[in-house]
Design a protein around this ligand. Structure first.
Ligand SMILES: Cc1ncc(COP(=O)(O)O)c(C=O)c1O
Length: 399
């Protein structure tokens, strides 16, 4: 049977390869293989009870209709309070838009900042969340990779950023704390980045979904830098901080773009899940003890994981300051095992019952990149961390 052709845009659409690896792991598990998975990027904690209760109350109260595309006023007010409190700026409810996850705002921000087919450029961190590059390309703009440097604790060199800014730069994507490296961008760098954004007149998409998952130092947002909120699409969500990934709730704020972001919601999702919007009010305003306990447990696991990784031959792992990923440099291990890529190592580890992701899952490797990395999430029990890393040590040997 023949069918009409499928567009090049769709055929070329990128993906989150993590989902493909996950399918591979699940298949092995179904076949009876014991695999310890460090692939998953979601908290292995339940949603706090007071948030669940709020959703149940909303369902019982019949909160099942469409809402304004920007979200119900009470939820936008709660987000405005949260952003104002945590970023130290004045965010108004009318600046806020709510969607089914923070992810949709990546595409909406690119759509608001660029036009298709005219060479508009978006600077994206590499390695980085793969959806940035795939959405840039899907919107007909050009993705310009900004390499992150291990020497800078996985922030980037400001000279590297300067070298990538051109008259066509429309948007810079920042993600702090960062997936996959756990790196955070410090205040002085954010100030310099802000000065560059003003000088060259581009937007910033501040992906801050890990803002509450930080271990060392204080979380800083580019939106807090003097005069930067106006040109920042500030984005955060419920998935990570409140262990709510499947609930699908994210939010973004910007004083002039909010109506445009809301129009994108009208054109795609109509509105965010109504009951979840009620639950997020309780989450943002309510006690944060569960979040703090979860972050304390992540910190404990981080410390153990990084110590065990650094005990292995050919592995060098920085201490991630935030998010829930370790991103060890595997150059020595590759050399020892006579492998050419982190992907080959990933496949070898999977055969030994340890699932990880490889650097190429986080964007096209930059030309000249000599280092090789894997990503391990510590959203799994301490027992699994010890078991999985013992298996990995069996492959790599001790220092
Ligand atoms: C950097 C980054 N941004 C956005 C998202 C998507 O978050 P949400 O579940 O709110 O759509 C993720 C999820 O893994 C992420 O790692």
């Amino acid at each position: 049977m023949t069918t009409p052709s499928i567009s090049r845009r769709t055929q070329g659409l990128g993906t989150e390869n993590a989902f493909e690896v996950l399918a591979e792991v699940n298949k092995l598990k179904r076949e009876g293989k014991d695999v310890v998975s460090f692939c998953i990027g979601q908290p292995d904690f339940g949603t706090p009870n007071h948030i669940r209760e709020a959703a149940i109350e909303a369902i019982k109260a019949g909160k099942s209709g469409y809402t304004d595309s920007a979200g119900i006023l009470e939820a936008r007010e709660a987000v405005a309070r949260y952003f104002s409190r945590t970023r130290g700026i004045e965010v108004k409810a009318q600046d806020v838009v709510i969607a089914n996850g923070a992810k949709p705002f990546i595409g909406y921000a690119i759509a608001c900042a660029t036009d298709p087919g005219i060479g508009d450029e978006v600077i994206c961190p590499v390695p980085g969340y793969p959806i940035y590059q795939s959405q840039v390309v899907a919107h007909g703009a050009t993705a310009v990779g900004l390499p992150l440097s291990e020497e800078k604790k996985f922030s980037f060199d400001l000279d590297d950023l300067r070298a990538r800014i051109s008259p066509r730069t429309r948007l810079l994507i920042l993600n702090t704390p960062h997936n996959p490296t756990g790196g955070v961008i410090g205040r002085s760098d954010l100030e310099e980045i802000g000065a560059l954004a003003k000088k060259h007149d581009f937007w910033i998409y501040a992906d801050e979904v890990y803002s509450q998952i930080i271990y060392d130092g204080k979380f800083e947002s580019i939106a807090s830098v003097e005069g930067m909120y106006e040109r920042t699409i500030l984005s955060d969500g419920a998935s990570k901080s409140y262990a709510m990934p499947g609930w699908r709730l994210g939010f973004a704020a910007n004083p002039s773009l909010a109506p445009h972001l809301a129009r994108w919601v009208t054109n795609t999702e109509s509105c965010a899940n109504h009951m979840t919007q009620h639950a997020i009010i309780r989450a943002l305003d309510g006690p944060h003890d569960d979040t703090h306990a979860m972050v304390a447990e992540f910190k404990r696991r981080r410390d153990v994981m990084v110590r065990l990784l650094n005990e292995m031959d050919g592995v060098s792992c920085q201490m991630p300051a935030g998010a829930f990923y370790a991103y060890p440099n595997m150059n020595g291990a590759l050399k020892k095992l006579n492998l050419r890529s982190a992907e080959q190592l990933r496949q070898m580890l999977l055969k030994e019952g340890v699932a990880v992701l490889a650097d190429h899952h986080f964007g096209r490797r930059e030309p000249g990149e000599k280092n090789h990395y894997i990503r391990l999430s510590y959203c799994t029990s301490m027992e699994n961390i010890e078991k999985g890393l013992a298996r990995m040590k069996g492959v790599l040997g001790a220092k």
